[in-house]
Design a protein around this ligand. Structure first.
Ligand code: SAM
Length: 208
């Protein structure tokens, strides 16, 4: 297991009440327990006006960001994760005034056919030698998933669409800002929090 520098933790789905129906402990997988980065992103989402917007919660985990999107007025939310247990948990946890997200199992955008007005992604960004834990391990400089995401996001966001992306100072956030600016996003820092020896940020990028 890689060093989880910001104390990122997982919910062990094999531990009692979170284990689903007929599943055995062997089948059970883990999902990401909402942590500092989740709450930072949730706060940034709640400051958005998402009335009438088509939203994507990428790497939905527990579903915390899908719920925040509905609370911010989202018209519809698609919750995507590579982990099918995360999708089940999202369906179970996320309901707001009768609204629920649609869910889709996909490796980033591989199965996503739509464009969105709003995308939020709290990616696995912890630098690691290998990708052992898909919810947190980000490979070299923590950039493996972030860089793949950046290469694909442009095709899935509408003009004037807003992207909120969690990054760490360990990922070289300035370089990520430059990549987004080259793709004609207007970038600002929506939130930041120092945690031990890194700072986590929520980048806000608006497609021009
Ligand atoms: C740090 S967790 C964030 C969970 C939740 N959004 C939150 O803020 O608490 C990252 C999530 O991304 C998912 N993920 C990792 N790699 C992915 C990929 N290639 N495609 C889709 N989801 C992925 C993980 O399964 C995990 O649920």
């Amino acid at each position: 297991m890689s060093l989880t520098s910001c104390g990122r933790r997982r919910i062990n789905m094999a531990c009692g009440k979170l284990l689903f129906g007929k599943k055995t402990a062997e089948d059970a997988r883990e999902i990401y327990e909402p942590h500092e980065d989740s709450f930072l992103l949730e706060g940034a989402i709640l400051r958005e006006n998402l009335a009438g917007k088509k939203c994507l919660d990428l790497g939905c985990g527990s579903g915390i960001q899908s719920k925040a999107m509905f609370r911010a007025g989202a018209h519809e939310v698609l919750a995507v994760d590579i982990n099918k247990v995360a999708l089940k948990e999202t369906k179970r946890n996320t309901h707001f005034l009768g609204q629920r997200p649609k869910t889709l199992r996909s490796n980033l955008f591989s199965k996503v056919r739509k464009k969105f007005d709003f995308i939020a992604f709290n990616p696995p960004y912890v630098p690691s030698e290998a990708i052992m834990w898909k919810d947190v391990d980000g490979g070299e400089r923590g950039r493996k998933i972030i860089d793949r995401f950046l290469a694909q996001v442009e095709k899935h966001i509408n003009p004037k669409g807003v992207l909120l992306l969690v990054v760490s100072s360990l990922n070289d956030e300035r370089e990520i800002v430059e990549i987004l600016r080259k793709m004609k996003f207007e970038v600002s820092f929506a939130a930041g929090q120092k945690i031990f020896f890194e700072t986590i940020f929520v980048l806000r990028a608006v497609k021009k």
